[in-house]
Design a protein around this ligand. Sequence first.
Ligand SMILES: C[S@@+](CC[C@H](N)C(=O)[O-])C[C@H]1O[C@@H](n2cnc3c(N)ncnc32)[C@H](O)[C@@H]1O
Ligand SMILES: Nc1nc2[nH]cc(C(=O)O)c2c(=O)[nH]1
Ligand code: SF4
Ligand SMILES: [Mg+2]
Length: 253
Amino acid sequence: MRLVLAEVFNSWQGEGGSVPGSAFGRRQIFIRFAGCDLDCNYCDSREFINASSVLHWRYEVEPFTGRFEYRPNPARLDEVVDAILRLDTEDIHSISYTGGEPTLQVRGLQAIMEKMRELGFDNFLETHGGLPGLIKEIAPLTDYASVDIKDETAKATENWRSLVLREVESIRILKEAGAEVYAKLVVTKDTKVENIRWYASLLKGLAPLAIQPREPMDIPMTKLMALYREAALIMGRKNVSLSFQVHKYLGVL
Ligand SMILES: C[S@@+](CC[C@H](N)C(=O)[O-])C[C@H]1O[C@@H](n2cnc3c(N)ncnc32)[C@H](O)[C@@H]1O
Ligand SMILES: Nc1nc2[nH]cc(C(=O)O)c2c(=O)[nH]1
Ligand code: SF4
Ligand SMILES: [Mg+2]
C-alpha cells in the first residue's frame, strides 16, 4: 500500500470552534495527504495540491521544533505508522487525516485508518466532502469528521452549487455511519447572506456549523456577526460556532 503524503506532525487542533464533534484545542497527530481536485482561492496548503510535484514527505521529529526528517514519496504504510508512533506524546485525542484532499487516496486512507484504529486511536477526517462515493468507503472507520462547505467566494470548482449538495450528502453518510460530524464554512468579506441562508437550511437538523474567517482575515466583525446570526436564526442558537485558525496565531503547524 503506498501513500503520497505532504507531512506528518503533532500539534494542537487549531480549528472547529466549540461545536459538537470539534477537536479544537486537543492534541492530534496530523497526516497531510498530497493532491487535491479542487482549487479554493484561499488554500493555505496549495504547495501540496499537485501530488506529482510532492516528491518527498516530511515528519517533524519533535513537536514544535520545526526539525523534520524527509522521506521519498510514495510512502509505505509501515513507515508512516512508524513516524506517527514516534510522534505519539501519549495525550493524543485522535489522528487527523487532512491534505490536500485525503479521500482521493481512499485505499491508502482506509489502510491507515484501519491500522490506527487497531492501535487504539480515534480517527478524525478533515475533508472537502465533494466525493460522497469515496466518503462512503471510509465512513465506518471515521470517529469524527469536519466537512467543508465551500462558499461561493472560494471559487473551488466550476459547479459550486452541485459541490455544496455533495458535501451535505457526505455529512449525511458520515452521520449515518456513526461519526460525530460538523460542517466548516470559510467566509470572506464578500460572502453573501443569501448563501449563508442556503447552507443553513441544508444543515438544519443535520450537523452543526463552524464559521471560519479566511486567513489572513479580511472580514469586518460586523459582517462576521451578521453571517453568524443568519445561520443561528435558521439552525438554532446552539448549533453555530466561530472557528479561527488558532495554530497560525500560535505559530505552529
Ligand atoms: C487545507 S484543507 C484540507 C482538507 C480538505 N481539502 C478541505 O478543504 O476541507 C483544511 C482546512 O483548512 C481550511 N483552510 C485552508 N486555507 C485556509 C485559509 N486561508 N483560511 C481559513 N481556512 C483555510 C479549509 O477550508 C479546510 O477546512
Ligand atoms: N494545528 C493545525 N490544526 C489544523 N486543523 C485543520 C488543519 C488542516 O490543515 O487540515 C490544521 C493544521 O494544518 N494545523
Ligand atoms: S479542498 Fe482543501 S486542500 Fe483542496 S484547495 Fe480547497 S482548501 Fe485546499
Ligand atoms: Mg492547515
